[in-house]
Design a protein around this ligand. Structure first.
Ligand SMILES: [Ca+2]
Ligand SMILES: [Ca+2]
Ligand SMILES: [Ca+2]
Ligand SMILES: [Ca+2]
Length: 254
């Protein structure tokens, strides 16, 4: 249940007189029709190794990566993708299955045009606040490269390597890439280069913002397609790296 629905439910019981104000505020923070995902608790953890045998994955539901944000129509053999989410007190974990006919990494420097190589992009907003996150840490947009590094833009407006926030491993099984990532969550007080940043401890009932996307390039100068897990009802469809209001809602279940 969204915070908004919960609040309205509370208001109905308490004859609250502020529901109109609450509705306006909530509408501003996120785009309409965000998805909701219930993430099971992974009691036995997840081994991030590109093998999806972990018992935790059996509990979680698949969610498609199927909204074409950039590029022309594509065949299922060119790209298709889906993901699951589970969590522990320390991290959230994603299992992402991807079909991509050509794996391409033309910029070997991880900080150069990283969005134009094949990459898995995981957008996380620790408190589901929505809002701008382009040059701040209100949210993160981790670009996982094929060599398992995680890049985003820092408050200095430059690309930075945040691989120390994550674990990442993928393996190819037949024509499917099974990509597992574990991600520590940091809140908006995160300071680049500080040694005092502490990941947020996760608890059942917590709501986080999440969106998953894939940049598919099969040999061009620029990425050919950008496909994500949330609709973009209006405005530029590729603006998830700026606007956390596009992210869906993940509820950490017991
Ligand atoms: Ca595994
Ligand atoms: Ca492709
Ligand atoms: Ca936030
Ligand atoms: Ca590709």
């Amino acid at each position: 249940m969204s915070v908004f629905k919960r609040f309205i439910g509370y208001c109905a019981v308490a004859a609250c007189t502020f529901s109109v104000v609450a509705a306006e505020v909530t509408d501003v923070s996120h785009a309409v029709s965000r998805s909701q995902y219930i993430a099971p608790f992974a009691a036995a953890g997840v081994e991030v190794d590109g093998n999806s045998h972990d018992v935790a994955w059996k509990e979680a539901e698949w969610r498609a990566i199927n909204y074409r944000w950039l590029g022309p129509d594509y065949a299922e053999s060119d790209f298709s993708g889906r993901f699951k989410v589970v969590w522990t007190e320390e991290r959230i974990y994603l299992l992402v299955e991807i079909v991509d006919d050509i794996l391409f990494d033309s910029h070997r420097d991880p900080l150069t045009q990283y969005w134009d190589d094949d990459c898995l992009e995981v957008f996380i907003d620790e408190d589901y606040s929505g809002g701008d996150h382009q040059f701040n840490h209100n949210a993160f947009a981790y670009h996982f490269s094929l060599d398992n590094q995680a890049i985003d833009i820092g408050t200095d407006q430059k690309a930075r390597n945040y691989s120390h926030h994550v674990e990442s491993a993928w393996r190819q099984h037949n024509d499917i890439i099974s990509w597992e990532v574990g991600i520590s969550l940091y809140d908006d007080t995160y300071v680049d280069d500080s040694i005092e940043n502490t990941p947020v401890a996760l608890l059942a009932g917590k709501i986080i913002g999440l969106m998953v996307a894939y940049c598919d390039n099969d040999g061009s100068e620029l990425r050919e397609n950008f496909i994500g897990s949330e609709s973009v009802p209006s405005g530029p469809k590729d603006r998830g790296w700026i606007d956390a209001g596009l992210f869906g809602e993940v509820v950490l279940d017991e």
